[in-house]
Every structure is written in C-alpha cells, then in structure tokens.
Write a protein that binds this ligand. Structure first.
Ligand SMILES: [Zn+2]
Length: 109
C-alpha cells in the first residue's frame, strides 16, 4: 500500500467541491461547432474588448460571454470575438473567481 505524505494542518477530511451553479449546457461540437465559430469570426473580425478601448486587433478566439461551465448558453448572443490576450485575461479572471468559490466552499467544511 502506498504511503500517504504527511498532512499539514491536521487530518481534515477533504470534501469534493461541487458547483453551485446549474450544470453546463451541451456545447455544439464538430462540423456544426466549426461553422458557428466561423460565423462569429465573420461577424466580428475585430476583438470586441479591444474595440471598446479604441484598439484594432483581429479576433483570434470565439469566447462565451457567460462561460458554459457557469451555465452560459452556446447561442450566438452569448458569443463574442476576442483576441488572444483579451481571451487569456478573461479566462484568468474566470479561473480566479472559480478558485475563490472553491476556497470559500472549503472554508465551510
Ligand atoms: Zn483584444
């Protein structure tokens, strides 16, 4: 039997984190997904967030405004074109929110 490394801070039983939001919607994949992605890029060839700042940069990624994992829709109205830096920044902020929620959940255990 493999040895467990010693736990720091006592033997608190860890409970799996469960999302409190509704479960993600089914995402359109495959050929239909590619077509939907191309459609968004055709409609929004420039990054939406950069345009708000008066910067012109091409769309690299199709982003879900409300992430699917947070119960966002896979409909066109929930999609926007973003450049890589803006998409990375938004994803990083979303991961920070997820991490904070997990931290708060763990603190209640
Ligand atoms: Zn951008």
């Amino acid at each position: 039997m493999p040895m467990q490394p010693p736990r720091i801070g006592g033997a608190r039983k860890r409970v799996a984190w469960a999302p409190t939001r509704k479960m993600p919607v089914k995402r359109v994949r495959g050929r239909a997904g590619q077509k939907a992605r191309a459609q968004v890029i055709a409609e929004e060839p420039l990054c939406r967030k950069c345009l708000e700042r008066g910067v012109t940069r091409k769309t690299d990624k199709v982003d879900h405004i409300v992430p699917l994992a947070w119960g966002g829709s896979d409909a066109r109205s929930n999609k926007q074109g973003l450049c890589d830096p803006c998409h990375d920044e938004k994803s990083k902020a979303e991961r920070a929110i997820d991490a904070e929620q997990r931290r708060r959940f763990d603190a209640t255990r």
